[in-house]
Design a protein around this ligand. Structure first.
Ligand code: MN3
Length: 200
C-alpha cells in the first residue's frame, strides 16, 4: 500500500499566532505532500513496500538518498503534526514529567536543552526528544530529513517529539529568528500526545 499524506487534527489556521496559516498550508499541503509522493515513487516496485514507516527507517540504506530524504521527510512530519495542538502548551504531566525531571533535572533544563539543540542545528534539520529502550530520555538533533531511527544517526533512541527547523517551517512569520519560532512551538506543544508516544 502506498503511504498517504495524513490529515491534520486541526485546521491550517488553528495554531495562529504561533504557527501561521500560510506556513501550515504550504508545509503540510506542499512539502509533506511532496515527500509522500516521492517516497511512494522511491518504493515503487521494490521489496520495501510491505514495511511500516518505522521499519523503513530502521532498515534504511543510508546510500539510497531518495528513500532516505523522502522517507525521513514523511515520518518526521507525521510526528511533527501530532506534536502540536491548538490546545497545547504548558508542561507535561504524569510519567513523562517524572522522567524529564529524572533525566534533565527539571522541565526548564529540558526546555533549555531541546531549544539549544534546535537553535544550533546548522542549516536544515530537526531536534528530537528520544526515549531509549531502558526508558531514559535524551535530546539530539539530525541534519536534513534524517531521524534517530535511522542507523548511525542522532542518539539512536525512538523519537517521541520533534521540531522541524528547516526554514520552510518558520521563515514566513519569523524570518531568521529561529529562536522565536522555537519558543512559540512550546505554546502549541501537545504534551498529551508526547506522553502517549512515551508510553508506547
Ligand atoms: Mn518541514
Amino acid at each position: 500500500m502506498p503511504f498517504e499524506l495524513p490529515q491534520l487534527n486541526y485546521s491550517h489556521d488553528a495554531l495562529e499566532p504561533h504557527i501561521d496559516h500560510k506556513t501550515m498550508e504550504i508545509h503540510h499541503g506542499k512539502h509533506h505532500a511532496g515527500y509522500t509522493s516521492k517516497l511512494n515513487a522511491a518504493l515503487d516496485g521494490t521489496a520495501h513496500t510491505e514495511k511500516s514507516i518505522e521499519e523503513l527507517m530502521q532498515s534504511m540504506d543510508m546510500d539510497n538518498s531518495a528513500l532516505r530524504n523522502n522517507g525521513g521527510g514523511y515520518f518526521n512530519h507525521c510526528l511533527f503534526w501530532n506534536s502540536m495542538s491548538p490546545n497545547g502548551g504548558g508542561k507535561p504531566s504524569g510519567t513523562l514529567s517524572d522522567a524529564i525531571d529524572r533525566d534533565f533535572g527539571s522541565f526548564e533544563n529540558f526546555k533549555d536543552s531541546f531549544s539549544k539543540a534546535a537553535a544550533t542545528q546548522f542549516g536544515s534539520g530537526w531536534a528530537w526528544l528520544c526515549v531509549h529502550s531502558d526508558g531514559k530520555l535524551e535530546v539530539c538533533s539530525t541534519p536534513n530529513q534524517d531521524n534517530p531511527l535511522m542507523p548511525g544517526v542522532g542518539c539512536n533512541g525512538t523519537p517521541i517529539l520533534g521540531i522541524d527547523v528547516w526554514e520552510h517551517a518558520y521563515y514566513l512569520n519569523y524570518q531568521n529568528r529561529r529562536p522565536d519560532y522555537i519558543e512559540a512551538f512550546f505554546n502549541v506543544l501537545n504534551w498529551k500526545e508526547v506522553q502517549n508516544n512515551y508510553q508506547h
